[in-house]
Write a protein of this length. Structure first.
Length: 529
């Protein structure tokens, strides 16, 4: 996002401080009271709250405090209490991690960036389709009249086309898939993704878009969200909620679908996968910076300085001492300049710099960087093969890793997001449901052979196979495929041949002497009968 100012810093601590300055919610009321859109009642209430603060202190939260008898009550620190700044004034919760810094990791760490992109492409980037819901399918199966079933199938096909046209018309700038990709990128980078739902004056959904997660904060009462960008503040409701707007003047605020990566440590915000490998990410960044400093210094290795017969001035000694004690820390491969006195009749000045790194220095921490990369990918549960790396010759291992990635990562996440998106679809129709296209582990030839076998063996109907391929339904495609006698005979013959070939392969590959025939040991020649 354009609001993030990327500043080169030399340490993780300085980076955290820089990103804290980007958070508009951390400012006091005097700095944010001129934002556009505030409701007058909210401005008066915020002004009264800001006057209470003389020194940084906790304010009593609006959350109820457990009480007992005769005025006795709990004195625990309420988790909803906050300092008098934007977080307390808007009654929003501080994220457990700096969202701007998490978003910056996506841009600056190649392994994190590649892993997130791989998950985005394979989970929501493969497109989507509309399938008949289970409830509708049950109703169709109960209809015994073939003519009625055919008419219902025809209406469903028209509904699919109309529903796709409708959902693609909800955003003039981005396709629906691209909108989901941006929200899911935020979900993987910061643990939170936000889809904005706008309604027309009649209450129908008329807009679906993405809101950057770095700008959004969750209300403590979980009754909505607040966004600050530039000089404007906006309040959003939860999807489907009808509660009044407590902050701005907008009488019809838009709604939010919050995609949140679960963490047992926080019920308001999600935590991204990269946090479990944050030390590896920081280590990789520091090792990369070390190598950059090395080459920026023209690949000059580090040296030990020895002197003989040198009478340095006080200024030169102080300069060398300060350089060695302080200036070298965090600034690798710097060059030191020390003025030396000239030779005399009795003393000869000698100043030596002996390298302590005589080996190749152009790739320091190579193994360390590889280890950090692997840890980041493990945290994301993304195999190296999905990033285009690894040994291309080991195809079997790559296929096994892809299968694990599909079953344990991609498909479960698709189910979670489908449930959220179908909340929008159900406001239009309950006949169809959105399904994401899945990662394909077989080529087109193998897939066609699988579908052909399923149809011929009546495991699937022709229409079910066509639905797998994204093709329109046929009027006669709901009945099981009936083979002609000739086709049935050919299929039985092919099946028998396949079984015979499988048995021969098993015999040839067996190590048991009883199953090996016609093969002599090396050097024995032809056996006699």
């Amino acid at each position: 996002m354009s609001e993030i100012v990327r500043v080169k810093v030399d340490s993780v601590e300085e980076s955290e401080n820089e990103f804290k300055l980007l958070d508009p919610f951390s400012k006091k009321w005097d700095d944010i009271k001129n934002l556009k859109g505030f409701d007058n009642n909210f401005k008066r209430r915020a002004t009264r709250m800001s006057k209470v603060e003389a020194t940084p202190q906790y304010l009593d939260s609006a959350m109820a405090v457990p009480a007992g008898k005769n005025g006795a009550k709990s004195k625990e620190i309420n988790p909803g209490t906050v300092y008098v700044n934007g977080y307390s004034l808007f009654d929003v919760i501080t994220p457990p991690w700096n969202l701007y810094e998490l978003a910056n990791y996506y841009d600056t760490s190649f392994a994190n960036h590649a892993a997130i992109d791989a998950k985005v492409e394979n989970i929501v980037g493969l497109g989507y389709d509309f399938h008949v819901s289970d409830r509708t399918m049950l109703k169709l199966e109960q209809v015994m009249n073939d003519e009625q079933r055919d008419r219902a199938r025809s209406r469903i096909e028209r509904a699919k086309i109309e529903l796709r046209d409708w959902i693609e018309s909800l955003n003039d700038d981005d396709s629906f898939t691209h909108t989901l990709m941006k929200a899911y990128t935020d979900y993987e980078a910061t643990g939170n993704g936000y889809l904005e739902i706008g309604r027309t004056v009649t209450g129908e959904i008329g807009y679906v878009g993405h809101i950057p997660s770095t700008t959004m904060r969750v209300r403590r009462l979980k009754d909505g969200y607040v966004q600050i960008i530039g000089n404007k503040v906006v309040y959003f409701r939860n999807f489907g909620a009808k509660n009044p707007n407590p902050i701005t003047e907008d009488p019809r605020p838009n709604e939010i679908i919050h995609l949140k990566q679960y963490s047992p440590l926080n019920t308001y915000y999600g935590i991204p996968d990269i946090m479990s490998a944050i030390s590896a990410l920081h280590g990789d960044q520091l090792s990369s910076q070390y190598n950059i400093d090395y080459f920026a210094n023209k690949a000059v290795p580090r040296y030990v300085i020895t002197t003989k017969g040198v009478q340095l001035s006080g200024e030169s000694e102080d300069k060398m001492f300060r350089f060695l004690q302080t200036n070298l820390k965090g600034q690798s491969h710097r060059t030191l300049y020390i003025p030396l006195p000239g030779d005399t009749e009795y003393n000869k000045v000698e100043f030596k710099m002996e390298p302590i790194e005589t080996g190749a220095q152009e790739a320091s921490f190579r193994e360390y960087s590889k280890q950090n990369r692997d840890q980041i990918l493990i945290a994301h549960q993304v195999p190296l093969s999905k990033l285009g790396g690894g040994d291309a010759s080991n195809i079997a291992a790559a296929l096994a890793q892809d299968r694990t990635f599909k079953e344990q990562v991609a498909r479960p996440q698709q189910r979670n997001i489908e449930k959220q998106i179908n909340k929008v679809i159900r406001e239009k129709t309950d006949v169809l449901e959105l399904k994401f296209n899945e990662l394909t582990l077989t080529d087109e030839i193998a897939q066609s052979q699988i579908l052909e076998r399923y149809v011929k063996t009546q495991v699937m109907t022709p229409n079910e196979a066509r639905q797998k391929l994204g093709l329109p339904q046929r009027e006669d495609g709901d009945s099981p495929f009936q083979m002609t006698p000739r086709q049935a005979t050919d299929m039985r013959a092919n099946t028998a041949q396949n079984r015979q070939r499988d048995a021969e392969r098993t015999n040839n590959n067996s190590d048991s002497p009883s199953t090996i025939s016609g093969r002599n040991a090396q050097g024995e020649g032809e056996s006699s009968q």
